[in-house]
Structure formats: structure tokens, C-alpha cells
Design a protein. Structure first.
Length: 330
């Protein structure tokens, strides 16, 4: 009887371990919080201090740093490939049209340099991107979440892959769902990560088709609030490729739920923002966050979804490398 009880206990703990293993994808991929605890214990302090040096005086830098992590993860996974420079024989992701408006690469280089001084050859650029994105968000009054680390850097970066993998601003809800599902992300991740548009700006060409020539008949997008259309037209004339506008007017430097309030009022800047109202689940989340007070779940949800995104296609163990400089393979 005692042996039977012992056997049952062993079986139970094995089954429990299997369940935990399946519920924790970061463990399965080799990522974990505190990965550098022994090899570079000060890394997160160094990253935060260096990021704060740039973001605190210029809060508008938070958005491009967050966007850079997203653009990295959606192409070849979170492997730092968006940071690589083009060469004579290859056009890297940086050269792709969706990435030509990215900025903040100098900040990533500064963070990498500071980390290298403390722990040479230990911390990947891919992990630095993930940590900088978290810290940039928290520095503009957004959430703070634990970032599992242990990523290694990829050696391949192709402009063509950025074009085919990054969701465009004119994407429909079905296109968005397909693209996110292809990366292992849920519909909830889609609507939560879209909330990143609460900070940042966008150039006029990303949305002016909604103002001046939506169906090719010199018309406007009927899903866009008419008053908002006039405000945007006053800032973006037809053919303007230089001007930028706030994605969350009035609080584009502060991470909050303003984005969802705008979308609920049909004032989402992109077609991909407006598309969130075309699905029952994403619309329900938009409405929930647009009407919630200080008890909003958005901050917690955002941290969870950022961890989920940070798990996409990571390289660990002997795969990839630890780049000495983020813009160049070793």
C-alpha cells in the first residue's frame, strides 16, 4: 500500500511538471527571468539607467523604442535582426519601407556599449531590445513587467521579409488575426498590443488615403469620425509626406488607455485601428478599456502580451550568437 501511494505521488508530480511545462513557454524555449543573474547581474540596472538618460528628457522616444521591438519580433522572431545594417550584398530589414521610419538605433547602441563595458560578450542585442522596450514604456507612466531573457542574436536580416511579415496600417481585422496567429499570438494579444498606439506619432502617408481617396473616388473613409477627418486634413494636406501627427492626441507621450477611447469614438488613426471594431472580441475589449477607470486591466494585459510577443521565434542555447555590436554580425 505504501509503495502504491509513493507511486501515485510520483505520477502526480510528473503530471504536474508536464502541465507547468506546457503552461510556461518561456521555459520550453530557454528564456527565463534573471537569465543573467550570475553572468551579468547588473544588466537590467544598466539598461534602465541608460534608457532613462534618453527617454526622460525626450519622452517621445519611448514609442519608437517600443515599435522597434515589435518590428524585430515579427520578422524572424525576436533575434535582433532589425538592428543589422545592410551590406553591399544584402538589403537588411532596416531598408524595408515599414522600417525606414524607425528611429532610436543610436540609443540601442548606447545601451549595448554600456552593457559591454560591464559584461563583454554576454548579453544579446535581442535581449537589450526587449529590456529597453519595457523600460521605455514604464518611463512614460506605463506598466512594468518582468522580461524573460536568454535570447541570442540572429545573423540574417532581409528587407523582403519585413515587407511580408509586418502588419500594414491598412490591414483588415481578418488580415491582422491571420498575421498574429501565424506568430503564435491570440486575438487578445492583437487588441492589447494595438494599445501601444497610445504613444507615438505617424507620418501622414500612413493614413491620408482615409482622408482624400479611400475608394479611388476622392472620398473619405466612412468608418472615420467626420470631425476627426477635418482635424487631420488641417494637418495633412494631400501629398504631404513630411508631417507627423499624434496617434493619441493630447497624450501621445504618456502610456494610458486613451487609444481605446479614440478607437471607440471612431478616431483610430489607422485602418488597422478602426478594424478592431469589426470583430466581436476585439470590439468588446476596446469598449471595456475605453470606459474603465483606474481599475483598467490594460497595464497588466499589456505586460502579459509583451512577454508573449517576446517569445516569438527566439534563438537560445547554441543557436545564433552574442553580437559585439548590434548593427553587425560578429
Amino acid at each position: 500500500m505504501a509503495a502504491l501511494k509513493l507511486f501515485s505521488s510520483v505520477v502526480f508530480f510528473i503530471q504536474l511538471a508536464i502541465v507547468v511545462f506546457h503552461l510556461d513557454p518561456t521555459s520550453a524555449q530557454g528564456l527565463r527571468v534573471g537569465f543573467y543573474k550570475n553572468t551579468c547581474p547588473a544588466v537590467e540596472d544598466i539598461v534602465r539607467k541608460t534608457t532613462a538618460h534618453y527617454v526622460l528628457p525626450v519622452p517621445s522616444l519611448a514609442a519608437p523604442l517600443l515599435r522597434m521591438h515589435f518590428h524585430d519580433c515579427f520578422v524572424r522572431g525576436c533575434d535582433g535582426s532589425v538592428l543589422l545594417n545592410s551590406t553591399a550584398n544584402n538589403q537588411a530589414e532596416k531598408s524595408a519601407i515599414p522600417n525606414q521610419s524607425l528611429n532610436g538605433f543610436g540609443i540601442i547602441d548606447a545601451v549595448k556599449s554600456a552593457v559591454e563595458k560591464a559584461c563583454p560578450g554576454v548579453v544579446s542585442c535581442a535581449d537589450i531590445l526587449a529590456l529597453v522596450a519595457r523600460d521605455a514604456v514604464s518611463l512614460v507612466k506605463g506598466p512594468y513587467w518582468e522580461v524573460p531573457t536568454g535570447r541570442r542574436d540572429g545573423r540574417v536580416s532581409l528587407a523582403s521579409e519585413a515587407l511580408t511579415n509586418l502588419p500594414p496600417p491598412f490591414a483588415t481585422i481578418s488580415d491582422l488575426q491571420t498575421r498574429f496567429m501565424a506568430k503564435g499570438l491570440s486575438v487578445k494579444d492583437l487588441v492589447v498590443l494595438s494599445g501601444a498606439h497610445t504613444i507615438g506619432q505617424s507620418h501622414c502617408p500612413s493614413f491620408t488615403n482615409r482622408l482624400y481617396n479611400f475608394t479611388g473616388r476622392a472620398d473619405s473613409d466612412p468608418s472615420l469620425d467626420s470631425i476627426y477627418i477635418q482635424r487631420l486634413k488641417s494637418k495633412c494636406k494631400a501629398g504631404d509626406v513630411v508631417t507627423s501627427v499624434e496617434m493619441d492626441p493630447g497624450s501621445y507621450k504618456t502610456f494610458d488607455t486613451g487609444y481605446y477611447k479614440n478607437v471607440a469614438k471612431r478616431r483610430g488613426l489607422f485602418q488597422s485601428d478602426a478594424a478592431l471594431l469589426n470583430d466581436a472580441d476585439t470590439k468588446a475589449y476596446v469598449i471595456q478599456q475605453s470606459t474603465s477607470s483606474s481599475g483598467s486591466s490594460f497595464f497588466k494585459d499589456f505586460g502579459v502580451s509583451m512577454v508573449n510577443m517576446g517569445n516569438i521565434g527566439v534563438l537560445t542555447a547554441s543557436a545564433g550568437e552574442i553580437r559585439k555590436q548590434c548593427a553587425f554580425v560578429n
